[in-house]
Design a protein around this ligand. Sequence first.
Ligand code: HEC
Length: 148
Amino acid sequence: MAAFVLTARHRRTILVGLVLLFIVQSAITYTTATSVKDERAMYNEAASRGAQLYRDLNCTACHQLYGLGGYMGPDLTNTMGTPGKGPAYAKAFILHGTQRMPALGVTPEQADDIVAFLQAVDATGTHPIRHIDLTPWGTYRSMHDDAR
Ligand code: HEC
């Protein structure tokens, strides 16, 4: 029985093939973007002011974003996209507080900015991760198809 021998030519062909596959895979990985579904919820100026208020008022002391923060109140990552919650619901909490959450003395305009920030956060993904839709080459097809 003749032993199967890899000639120098075979080896060169395999090497070239692997290098080509590597280049194609890298090209796909670096050119495939994850899409942001909700254009309204982009990180705009209002969201940026809201982010500053979120820091100044120390919402993080009691709330988490992406699971990080205090644990007195709920995680706010997807409050805006959760059915039955959303901007008006959040604004009511932020303006008036509840028995368990203090009213923080913000104006309605400031509350709108904080809501814009929370909408921008909501558009970035889900926490906890509910479903990962991967392409065959290992990138995310969509990070939040099932977020709402
Ligand atoms: C002293 C702790 C504390 C601080 C500070 C605080 N919260 Fe809360 N928050 C809570 C608690 C507790 C709840 C749950 C209240 C309830 O159900 O009565 C809550 C509820 C909420 C909700 C409703 C969430 C949901 O999923 O139902 C939103 C939105 C919210 N807070 C936003 C904020 C924002 C924005 C800030 C900062 C401006 C903030 N909170 C600061 C304690 C806090």
